[in-house]
Write a protein that binds this ligand. Structure first.
Ligand code: WTA
Length: 685
């Protein structure tokens, strides 16, 4: 499956002395280890496990599973019977055993240049213990779910690790989601506590987070789920940073006037983070958990419109994120690593918190935006902290590309060694710009394909081993066995294109959908029994390289964020003027895809700008700003089959302005097509 030889022409390797000392220094070394990982997974992962602390040894196999629905219930277990604690492994073990107490865990860089904090492993451990004691005092116990809705601050990492320390399960909701989305997630996971902050700035824009959180809690109450406690961090309204004393901070966050900050306070429910932490003890014995106990829930879009609560468990996720981080970025102790994702998404969970901390790495934790206060910000930060490994999304690269090379050249970037991308296919033009302008042809690019469900990278180059082809995620990571299937479920050999599936589990794969194992089996394992179905299309070229071609289900990828068409459609039809809605993706030069919505209005209602603005607002309120439609088109009729199914394929072509519609013989009424072409939206509002 892995080719014997990789091509020498038309590929890129990067350069630099560091390559010969890399963990996986050549393609031969990769192939050898890969074979071991799939032929003897117990041995392979058993070796990895030796680097971690286990309170007691596993009793089951290192990796045990059933991946075939026709043979019974799907399950995956890793190191079953062992007891451990991830928080202990990423903090105590690093401080006490690896002697990394004084090493910097995070350089926090705020939205405003000049806002910064330095947090060592020892500081972080102390803060986590205190906050874990706070959670315990609030009655949070092993297995309880805690919802976290916070900006990119150190306390977000503290909150998540404090949950893990006491065996509670965190459910982080990205701070760009709406009150409705937060409420839906709190209800689904039946959380017993919410942790949030007063507010934060994204660039120039103030987000009144507590206001939104309160709205969500009111919605929960209305639905019969009164959440009793909400802990609020004062991020913007903090007078003195009381929490900083033991932190060795370089400078307190600069004050920025925020007269519009609104911090509603409900004394029956709200608790102040700072007052609680002030009196808390610095010591907190971790709760030892079983390998297969739940670690966290993270919601991701589902094609039915209802978000899916992806559940990850302890040991497998720990081994997998630690190993992928170490090998894919070729992590070395002197590195300064920076992943620009938000912790509210899986990339931040795996590659800001767990993977880097498990390796004792030093990371940059950035609160701001790539374009604020100007478009050089990223490169300024790279130089400021001497970042050596840098991980971002194609959408950010495309955005910065628009401003040319000058803002990049203002800074040296000579510390950079490896660049990475994640979230969506990277187009070769953006790849070349990243490689040439940002990395000056020195730095390999690891184009990492993975999903919330996979826990960590599954298809990716290794920086010193894999010759790269711009736009290809290249080959599988250790333990991962990909295949390409046709519509009938047959495995295709050689150059081919079809459904990307995986044939056996790896330690980091999700275990279930929270509270709905049946949906888990139906979504991922029923279409092609014996395989995990990713939902992505994939092509394999004549050299055996894999190229992800994008989603082939009803999911859209806007700026690297997955959205389900059904979810946006249901937000639109909730408006009283709309009877029917159909949403498709339209290619977008920066965001990858943009949302193009067709709406059919109730009889007698006229489409106008006010209605359009209302509909956009409606979607923002129901889902969040990331789902704001780019285009809304009034569609008196939608193209449907005779059985009434909306033909999205045709709508996609209309949105794109493509006249060649292919076979439309099943269309019930072809006159709607011309009408829709006539009234197409050509430019985004
Ligand atoms: C897409 C993000 C191409 C893909 C980690 C996948 C990619 C979805 C890549 C998961 C990549 C992610 N090349 N496509 N390197 N990385 N994707 O769950 O469609 O937010 O199924 O996880 O993003 O998105 P999710």
């Amino acid at each position: 499956m892995i080719p014997d030889k990789v091509p020498k022409e038309d590929v890129f390797l990067g350069s630099g002395d560091w390559r010969k000392d890399a963990h996986v220094p050549s393609f031969e070394a990769y192939k050898e280890l890969y074979l071991k990982s799939i032929e003897h997974p117990d041995e392979f992962w058993g070796d990895v496990a030796k680097d971690f602390f286990w309170k007691s040894k596993h009793t089951g196999r290192v990796l045990d599973y059933n991946f075939d629905v026709t043979k019974g219930e799907i399950f995956i277990k890793c190191m079953e019977g062992a007891s451990t604690n991830i928080c202990y492994n990423v903090l105590d073990h690093n401080v006490h055993h690896r002697k990394l107490g004084d090493k910097v865990a995070f350089y926090w860089e705020g939205n405003e240049p000049g806002d910064q904090l330095t947090v060592t492993y020892r500081d972080l451990l102390l803060r986590v213990c205190r906050f874990a004691n706070v959670l315990k005092a609030q009655g949070v116990k092993k297995g309880d779910r805690v919802s976290i809705y916070m900006p990119m601050v150190v306390e977000l990492v503290v909150a998540m690790l404090a949950c893990v320390r006491i065996g509670a399960v965190h459910s982080i909701v990205f701070a760009g989601f709406s009150a409705e989305s937060l409420c839906e997630r709190i209800l689904d996971s039946q959380c017993s506590l919410l942790i949030t902050a007063d507010g934060f700035y994204r660039g120039d824009k103030l987000i009144n987070l507590k206001l939104i959180a309160d709205d969500a809690l009111q919605k929960c109450r209305d639905k019969g789920f009164p959440l009793q406690r909400c802990i609020m961090l004062k991020h913007l309204s903090k007078e003195v940073d009381q929490d900083q004393t033991p932190m060795g901070s370089q400078s307190p966050p600069a004050k920025r006037p925020c007269p519009d900050l609104q911090v509603p306070w409900n004394p029956d429910v709200d608790l102040c983070w700072h007052s609680l932490v002030d009196g808390a003890s610095d010591e907190c014995e971790p709760v030892w958990c079983d390998s297969e106990d739940p670690l966290f829930i993270l919601y991701t879009s589902g094609s039915t419109g209802k978000p899916k609560g992806v559940l990850h468990t302890l040991s497998g996720y720990m081994l997998y994120t630690a190993t992928t981080f170490k090998l894919v970025f070729d992590y070395q102790p002197a590195d300064v690593y920076w992943c620009t994702a938000d912790i509210g998404w899986i990339t931040g969970h795996s590659y800001i918190t767990y993977g880097p901390l498990a390796n004792g790495a030093t990371s940059v934790l950035f609160e701001g935006l790539p374009t604020y206060p100007d478009v050089s910000r990223m490169w300024e930060i790279v130089d400021k902290y001497q970042v050596s490994k840098f991980y971002t999304a194609p959408t950010a690269i495309r955005l910065l590309m628009k401003y040319g090379a000058e803002p990049v050249h203002k800074f040296k970037r000579d510390s950079l060694k490896v660049l990475g991308t994640v979230g969506e296919p990277i187009n070769p033009e953006a790849w070349q710009w990243y490689y040439t302008v940002v990395g000056e042809k020195r730095c390999p690019i690891v184009d990492t394909f993975w999903q919330t469900e996979t826990g960590g990278h599954v298809m990716t180059p290794l920086p010193a081993a894999t010759p790269m082809k711009p736009g290809s995620a290249t080959f599988p990571f250790f333990g991962v066995v990909p295949a390409i299937l046709n519509e009938s479920g047959e495995e295709l050999e050689g150059p081919s294109e079809g459904y990307l599936v995986f044939k056996q589990p790896w330690p980091g794969v999700m275990r279930t959908l929270y509270g709905n194992h049946q949906r888990f089996e139906t979504t991922y394992f029923k279409k092609f029994p014996g395989y995990y179905v990713t939902g992505d299309g994939c092509r394999r070229d004549e050299d055996g390289y894999y190229w992800i071609t994008g989603r082939i289900d009803d999911m859209l990828n806007v700026s690297g964020h997955l959205l389900s068409t059904a979810e946006v459609e249901s937000a639109l039809v909730e408006h009283e003027a709309v009877v029917e809605a159909a949403v498709v993706g339209r290619p977008h030069p920066v965001k990858g895809e943009s949302l193009y919505c067709f709406v059919t209005l109730c009889d007698g209602i006229k489409y106008n700008r006010t209605l359009e603005a209302q509909l956009k607002q409606q979607v923002r309120e129901k889902i969040g700003a990331i789902a704001t439609p780019d285009y809304i088109q009034n569609a008196p009729g939608l193209p449907k089959t005779r059985s009434g199914k909306i033909m999205r394929r045709v709508l996609r072509k209309i949105a794109h302005g493509e006249r060649d519609l292919g076979d439309v013989s099943t269309l019930a009424d072809s006159s709607v097509i011309e009408q829709l072409f006539q009234s197409r939206c050509c430019t985004a509002e």
